[in-house]
Design a protein around this ligand. Structure first.
Ligand SMILES: [Ca+2]
Ligand SMILES: [Ca+2]
Ligand SMILES: [Ca+2]
Length: 233
């Protein structure tokens, strides 16, 4: 009986996410301006995968997750990729399920953005992690996953919302500064995308900036959505 109830709630949660109106609007940047986007304002991600992103305000019961809600301190709401079956180093690591060193495989989120200025943008993400197995993410652009967007890493600031922009490397597991960026080749619409590296990751918002400077506190107000520029289906 309990499993039927759990499954019903899970399906209801997925339907709720599926049926939510998609954004279908550009996030618009003025020339030279930083771009700030709420994680929960994604345009789309495939539902029903091995791992799904859940809005903390609608997360159904029954998904494996050791953490309590961390909505306090987040801006609006946040996304968490669940279930989280690798919660500690002692839990089995299953490539392509609870971990993916390869980007673009699990939990791909997409955000359409209109860039007025092409160039190199550092990617900052505000995240909440509680251990060493929920603190990794990948970022890419226009379906590509460049080396400069792989293995975003959080380190040394657990149990709080924290902005970071560092890349994990063989030599430096805590991450290296200035190595996480996207090169925007031309002005116009581009799709910025994120994908899972570790399950249980909690994602509040992101910032794209030509300057490498950690935002303070919750960060700037989010960028405007252009309601006159609907995307084609
Ligand atoms: Ca995990
Ligand atoms: Ca978590
Ligand atoms: Ca948020």
């Amino acid at each position: 009986m309990k499993s039927i109830l759990t499954n019903t709630l899970l399906v209801a949660g997925l339907l709720l996410l599926t049926s939510c109106p998609r954004l279908r609007y550009f996030t618009v940047q003025a020339a030279q301006e930083d771009i700030v986007v709420e994680a929960e304002d994604f345009d789309r991600f495939p539902i029903g995968e091995i791992r799904n992103w859940y809005n903390n305000q609608w997360t159904p019961e029954g998904l494996q997750d050791a953490d309590p809600d961390h909505g306090e301190g987040a801006v609006g709401s946040y996304l968490e990729i669940l279930p989280d079956t690798r919660q500690t180093h002692a839990d089995p690591l299953i490539h392509g399920e609870n971990f993916s060193n390869k980007p673009g495989v699990l939990g791909v989120l997409e955000y359409p953005i209109f860039f007025k200025t092409p160039g190199r943008y550092y990617v900052w993400v505000r995240a909440y992690y509680t251990g060493t197995e929920d603190n990794g993410l990948h970022v890419g652009i226009d379906g590509e996953w460049p080396a400069s967007g792989q293995r975003m890493q959080w380190c040394g600031q657990p149990n709080q919302w924290h902005w970071e922009s560092k890349q994990r490397t063989e030599e430096e597991h805590c991450g290296v500064e200035r190595q996480i960026y996207l090169d925007v080749p031309a002005a116009g619409k581009h799709i910025v995308q994120f994908s899972m590296r570790e399950d249980g990751f909690e994602f509040d918002r992101f910032l794209l900036s030509m300057r490498y400077q950690r935002p303070k506190g919750q960060g700037p107000v989010k960028s405007k959505l252009n309601h006159s520029a609907r995307l084609p289906d």
